[in-house]
Design a protein around this ligand. Structure first.
Ligand SMILES: [Zn+2]
Ligand SMILES: [Zn+2]
Length: 227
């Protein structure tokens, strides 16, 4: 399958059916003069992700940012390659630096996937509850949403009258070995619901819309993990 447009200024350039079934969904945000990639896939398909940027008609050198939503290998495996080949700025939350920068195999879950992780230096460490990132003429808000991992971040952007939320692993799962925290996760999900997003770009299952489907999706998982 080819990379495809999700909505105005947002494309899916990696993930199951596009680059590899073990990749998370990888998204491209087009801010005009600059672009940003959300998550990097498992690693093996990082060159295909760059190629997909080109296939959509964008010059890859315009990609200036890589936002890592959390430190699992299926989201960060391709980060080192993307950083080297595109010379972009890597962003991740401080809570997941032991995974992203140190490559702790327990935290990255790399052993589960049977791949080696090449750690990457984070250029901009996200520390606050919310931080904003200017990507050309768009502003990506990076919302700290711990739970799945200690340093999970959910970026969102308002574009063309729609709010697009990148909720990568809002569905879980949870494992104490990753530092998962269900109580924190429930609070994070309540915050995501309050955003009233119109489009959810999810980490493994693709795109949900309109807003009521986004709400149903998140509420469904809240119910599943209510005990
Ligand atoms: Zn994950
Ligand atoms: Zn994932």
């Amino acid at each position: 399958m080819k990379p495809q447009q999700v909505c105005r200024r947002v494309y899916q350039i990696g993930g199951p059916g596009i680059t590899g079934r073990r990749d998370c969904c990888v998204y491209l945000v087009d801010g005009g003069s600059q672009l940003a990639i959300i998550d990097a896939g498992l690693g093996e398909s990082a060159p295909a992700i760059v190629e997909n940027v080109r296939r959509l008609g964008f010059e890859p050198s315009r990609v200036k940012f890589l936002v890592l939503t959390h430190g699992h290998i299926d989201h960060i495996g391709g980060a080192a390659y993307l950083k080297e080949s595109l010379e972009l700025c890597v962003l991740a939350h401080e809570g997941d630096l032991p995974a992203v920068e140190k490559g702790d195999p327990r935290l990255t879950a790399a052993g589960f996937y049977g791949v080696n992780y090449r750690p990457v230096k984070v250029d901009k460490v996200i520390k606050g509850k919310t931080e904003s990132l200017k990507v050309g003429e768009l502003t990506l808000i990076l919302l700290y949403t711990p739970g799945h991992t200690p340093g999970s971040v959910s970026p969102f952007v308002d574009v063309g009258g729609e709010r697009v939320l990148f909720g990568q692993d809002v569905h879980g799962p949870f494992d104490p070995a990753w530092g998962s925290d269900l109580k924190a996760w429930r609070n994070s999900m309540a915050e995501l619901l309050s955003l009233n997003a119109d489009v959810l770009c999810e980490g493994h299952f693709g795109v949900y819309r309109p807003g009521e489907e986004v709400r149903k999706y998140i509420e469904g998982y809240l119910q599943r993990y209510s005990r």
